[in-house]
Design a protein around this ligand. Sequence first.
Ligand code: HEC
Length: 147
Amino acid sequence: MAARAFLLGGLVALLGAQDAAATEQRQLDYMLNCQGCHLPDGSGNQQRQVPAFPGQLGRFLNVPGGREYLVQVPGSALSGLSDEALAGVLNWMLGRFSPDQLPADFKPYSGAELHQWRQHIPADVAQVRRDLIERIAQQAQQTRQGN
Ligand code: HEC
């Protein structure tokens, strides 16, 4: 019994350590590939039209097309990251910068899911973004009106 508890305890500790290592790897991927433009705190750079993530990023997942957009935006899609690594960084960013805006039924990205999306970058990213921001605003208004 004691041995079993010991083994289980060891397993839990090992899984915890693996989680921590994965999180560290995601943060490192962000630092090396994204932070140059998006900054360590995700606040971006208005003058260079780099949007701020905090309190905003998760909102895209609440409107149709938003989940794809976060993958297809050039900074994501054209990064040198593998599909798995990109999925990991996006999940990390959402949890780090915008946890309160995530939909209740949020499912983390997987590499397989974003593989296809990544191959098709919209010709006019700025227009896609404007449409999504519009949908987000409409949705917020509907929520306020209670319908
Ligand atoms: C060269 C600067 C640059 C780098 C590097 C960069 N991005 Fe971006 N990112 C932008 C800009 C500019 C936008 C605004 C949309 C556009 O014009 O592409 C953006 C938008 C985004 C968005 C959508 C947020 C919104 O509010 O529209 C996501 C998600 C994103 N980037 C993820 C990443 C990830 C992940 C990485 C690293 C793998 C990365 N970016 C690297 C410049 C960059």
